[in-house]
Design a protein around this ligand. Structure first.
Ligand code: INI
Length: 155
């Protein structure tokens, strides 16, 4: 049997992080968690580039523009919080679909680090309090996937 796993090795790996400014009081905590995780796993701060978007809706478009720049992984980070109108559904659907399509089309990992919460409390709980930090979790996924993709090689 042959089994291939991605290890959490960040040395010499280049990461882009795209983060939404909307609900910045949450997304900034997610960004800090992601950077902390990458650096603690050996990624140099010089190998991390952060791109800010107005909202989560814009994240897939910006991610697509990065395709010609040499990154090993793109982390997509933001928070969509439900309001009184159906807006939440449109934003979450588009950002989710957009990131999924990029993963399939571009042959490199685009990690889904988007919190979709019904309430502000739920979002805060996932941004470094009760439920951990989903930015940190996204970075862990990114580290594992960059190593796994490297082991698989280009197809
Ligand atoms: N963008 C978010 O990142 N989170 C939200 O909760 C949100 N809500 O609720 O409106 C949001 N809206 C802005 C959207 O992402 C776009 O930036 C905007 O529609 C302009 O295209």
């Amino acid at each position: 049997m042959k089994e291939i796993k991605g290890n959490l090795v960040g040395k010499s790996k280049k990461f882009a992080i795209i983060v939404s400014r909307f609900n910045e009081f949450v997304s900034k905590q997610l960004l800090d968690g992601a950077i902390d995780c990458l650096v603690r796993h050996g990624v140099s701060t010089q190998d991390i580039t952060v791109y800010w978007t107005p909202g989560c809706f814009e994240i897939p478009g910006v991610a697509r523009r990065l395709k010609n720049i040499k990154y090993d992984c793109v982390l997509c980070i933001g928070a969509v919080i439900r309001g009184d109108t159906p807006h939440f559904e449109y934003i979450t659907n588009e950002v989710t679909k957009g990131i999924a399509v990029l993963n399939l089309e571009k042959g490199m990992p685009f990690v889904y680090g988007i919190i979709t919460a019904d309430t502000i409390d739920q979002a805060v709980e996932r941004a470094g309090t009760k439920q951990g930090n989903k930015g940190w979790d996204a970075a862990m996924t990114g580290l594992e996937l960059t190593d796994l993709y490297a082991k698989i090689g280009s197809r």
